[in-house]
Design a binder for this molecule. Structure first.
Ligand code: ITT
Length: 197
């Protein structure tokens, strides 16, 4: 059975291929280069469904999608669903710099003021079926970037239980505990049940 992965973000594709690999026995995961829908949902879950629906509509093949981002209580949940373009561009280092500026602007200096959640919504759409799962990874935003692994906000996200940034974890370490892992670990049994039924 074929399954379309409806993301254009190469970093997500890498992580998802690693995370999903062992779970996809009997399923052929293919990329998506069709049109990107307008992501006008108000939640990660809505936007993940919008992307999976668009890929299914365009390809006719059952599709999965990832919508993700980082949320800070000190910033009323920002950048949230706007994480990819928080600084007005898609440049990761600009987005990280903007996040640190915003935290400085509101005086969120102490670690306890810098609590953060990475969220990932994983959606599955095929004929007559729509399903979405949310994965959350909690931590703290650091004062300055560290590490070169991962992407996006990984250089300033210190996961709970670790004393390094997510960008200082090996790929397999991040894959084992991330918001993306949590969301897709919940989604894939549903995909398998429907696809291989
Ligand atoms: P697609 O819509 O094509 O999937 P995108 O990059 O536009 O790709 P999103 O709208 O879901 O996807 O934005 C996700 C952003 O959230 C991403 O660009 C990062 O800035 C941030 N992000 C998500 N997961 C992350 C992770 O594991 N590590 C670091 N940053 C992450």
């Amino acid at each position: 059975a074929k399954l379309v992965l409806a993301t254009h973000n190469a970093h997500k594709v890498d992580e998802l291929r690693r995370i999903l690999g062992p779970l996809l026995d009997g399923i052929d995961l293919v990329g998506y280069d069709g049109p990107e829908p307008v992501e006008d949902g108000l939640t990660f879950q809505e936007n993940a469904l919008i992307k999976a629906r668009a890929a299914f509509a365009h390809t006719g093949v059952p599709s999965i999608a990832d919508d993700s981002g980082i949320c800070l209580a000190a910033l009323d949940g920002a950048p949230g669903i706007h994480s990819a373009r928080y600084a007005g561009t898609r440049v990761d280092s600009d987005n990280v710099a903007h996040l640190l500026e915003e935290l400085a602007r509101v005086g969120a200096d102490r670690p306890e003021d810098r609590r953060a959640e990475f969220c990932c919504a994983a959606a599955f759409v095929m004929d007559g079926i729509e399903h979405v799962e949310l994965g959350v990874w909690t931590g703290t935003v650091l004062g300055e970037p560290a590490g070169a692994n991962g992407f996006g906000y990984d250089p300033v996200f210190q996961p709970d239980g670790y004393d390094v940034a997510s960008a200082q974890l090996a790929a397999e370490q991040k894959d084992a505990i991330s918001h993306r892992r949590r969301a897709f670990t919940q989604l894939i049994p549903v995909v398998r049940a429907k696809l291989l039924a």
